[in-house]
Design a protein around this ligand. Sequence first.
Ligand code: ATP
Ligand code: MG
Length: 219
Amino acid sequence: MMARKNRGFFIVFEGIDGSGTSTHTRKVSTWLRNSGAEEVVQTSEPTKGKIGRLIKERLKEGGEERGNNIEEAVIDALLFAADRVEHVKKEILPALNEGKIVVCSRYVESSIVYQTTQGLDTNFMEKINKYTVNPDLVIILDIPPEIALKRAKRKRWEKFENKLFLTKVRELYKKRAKEKGYTLINSNRNIKEVEKDIQKIVLKHLKETLKIQIETEKQ
Ligand SMILES: Nc1ncnc2c1ncn2[C@@H]1O[C@H](COP(=O)(O)OP(=O)(O)OP(=O)(O)O)[C@@H](O)[C@H]1O
Ligand SMILES: [Mg+2]
């Protein structure tokens, strides 16, 4: 893990394709800004940088062109990790060190669950994602793949966007949520209800963090 001052707050949204990670990253950022949060950085992965754009291009090619083999999984894993290290160094860490709130759609957990579903082991995934910063709050949006895929409505499906693969990804997200204490939210509901639940959870965690910070400053 990279060194980080005890300031700022880092929220990550995770979930299968079409689960609402982009929607809720945007919504919670707007809500925080309107609630008077000093500065909120809204971001996502893959990033808009060079490596991120390369990843997006490869995802559009689908899985079939290159075949779904272990070499492909390794290439995906390393590209996502490289994009992430750059993201942390250039954007996430500087913002957190300035005390800002960072809200990010997809992060380390995406790499772990997607690439282990592709056949890589968790240990390898954790190792190549070592040079990152840990989020303060990970929210996993849970939804059945068939509903998420209906919501996503693509002209052409990207790599990973099929029911069988996403079923495995969803199960792994749930398993890891239990193990790691991540917050699991049912995204298969009216958008307003999901949004309200998210706001409650974010507020609770922000208050706790703020309390700890105030206590430490007193000492
Ligand atoms: N609770 C909801 N009810 C109905 N539609 C929703 C809900 N949440 C999100 N949507 C819609 O579902 C679609 C997919 O959501 P979104 O783009 O946020 O998903 P995502 O997780 O970012 O997916 P991806 O990045 O894989 O495209 C969007 O059109 C969004 O408006
Ligand atoms: Mg999205």
